[in-house]
Write a protein that binds this ligand. Sequence first.
Ligand code: GTP
Ligand code: MG
Length: 371
Amino acid sequence: MAKRVKLILVGGFLGAGKTTLLARAAERLSLRGLRVGLVTNDQAANLVDTQLLARTGQEVREVSGACFCCAFNKLLYICDQLILQHAPDVILAEPVGSCTDLSATVLQPLKKFCADRFELAPYSVLVDPLRLAENLQGAPDAELDGAVGYIYRKQIQEADLVVVNKTDLLGTGRRDEVMGELSREFGDPPVVCVSAQDGSGVDEWLDHLWATGPGGQHILQVDYDTYAAGEAELGWLNAAIQLQAGPEYPWEAFLKDLMARMQAGLTGAGGQIAHLKVLLTGGGTSLQANLTASRAEPVLRGQAGRGGAARLVINARVRMAPEVLRQIVEECLQASAGQTVQVSVVGIASFKPGRPEPVHRFTAIIDQPPK
Ligand SMILES: Nc1nc2c(ncn2[C@@H]2O[C@H](COP(=O)(O)OP(=O)(O)OP(=O)(O)O)[C@@H](O)[C@H]2O)c(=O)[nH]1
Ligand SMILES: [Mg+2]
């Protein structure tokens, strides 16, 4: 039998740090001498994540147009292409951050139909510890409640392994509190703690994925009406924009101004920001800006050059009507550009994710045969 590829799916809510962890894992696995392939996923094209992961130097493919469960055959096709063209030992894949029920709709079908090709790692679900308590408690100022909160909980419940990320931001006391919240709410699931950003815990997490498995040990009852209602509360916008300015124009200041305008505009209109991510590239440099909550500060990483041409990719996931989201983003863009920057929109899509219609849905756990 041909060698099986280790397939690692990393889920979790929007902004939990999946892409950052995949990039870090790709780096660590390459150091172990393993060839890595990466797969991103979204409802539409023009993904910040695909571009960010391409910077790891590894092969990246995109499943866009639908989530993994609704585009299961496309996921298989893309993985097969990766295997044929690149021969990876490991494929790391990131499902859309508003998706759940992946165990029933993706993991079990993978074990059933592709046992010869893939060895499925435990399904890791990332948690942003700074958001956990407010999202679970449905506090009055919680970013996620109702149907979106339902998705959030289901994601954690179906994990084989809960990965508490961003531990670089936690003191020991807060870390203990997070563990307490997880154990109270989810009955002591296996948990590992990492920081995708500084790399701590990442090797231990990877070791765990090689020591245990296969993934998909829990199948949940999921009410698809509530799930669909939760996804439909989110406005989605993906845009690719070409910019042109004079020779010394400071692109970093432009991006900071744009993020501040979008944050004020979106929250001012009553939107709740789940994840607003923007990547500005040009002249061999790239600068990313992320905002993972309405009241947070945007985080900038990388660097931007000065002047000339630049390309902007905007991916916004905001709890508001998509038409309003698009109007605000377009107005902010024009305001930041003023008379100094020429803006041409290469592509823009804004919509609500459609009702999830999985290709497969298994109700029993498939035991993957041993190697
Ligand atoms: N401090 C800190 N920030 C992190 C860590 N991991 C991710 N982040 C930041 O969290 C934000 C979101 O990270 P992403 O990796 O884009 O999150 P994601 O889960 O892929 O988001 P979606 O693709 O929108 O679902 C970015 O600003 C990251 O830099 C971490 O370990 N520590
Ligand atoms: Mg991502």
